[in-house]
Design a protein. Structure first.
Length: 129
């Protein structure tokens, strides 16, 4: 008779991808960890309302309600061997995709770009007919 033993390996190597200081509305932040059994992953907000972007899985959606404040989230990976946590702090800027869509719509309507400038948090174009 053969006996098999399964040994739990603690959760380890927890990581967030992409890890950055700023995200835009619509971005997705993924958390992953290794271990046996495969860890379950959840996100918990450490600042602001819990419901904004709340996730019971490895993916955190960056939503409108996260804008205007410093966001502090904790990625938590749990298995029978251990619990690991990774604190992530970031800002949320305006949605760049929306800006680009509006800009293309104006050009398609026959408007011409007078000038554009960019800063770290905003992009502005002055349009004239």
């Amino acid at each position: 008779m053969k006996l098999c033993y399964f040994v739990a390996a603690p959760t380890q190597d927890i990581r967030v991808d992409p890890l950055q200081d700023e995200y835009s509305v619509g971005d997705i932040i993924n958390c992953s960890a290794s271990g046996w059994p495969v860890p379950s992953i959840i996100w918990r907000r450490m600042s602001g309302p819990e419901t904004a972007g709340a996730s019971d899985g490895p993916t955190l959606n960056v939503v409108e309600e996260m804008k205007g404040e410093r966001n502090v989230w904790k990625c938590i990976a749990v298995n029978t061997g251990a619990t690991e946590e990774l604190l992530v702090t970031f800002n949320v800027t305006r949605e760049l995709k929306s800006f680009i869509h509006s800009f293309i719509s104006l050009i398609s309507a026959g408007y011409k770009t007078h000038y554009c400038y960019n800063t770290k948090t905003t992009s502005t174009c002055v349009i004239q007919a």
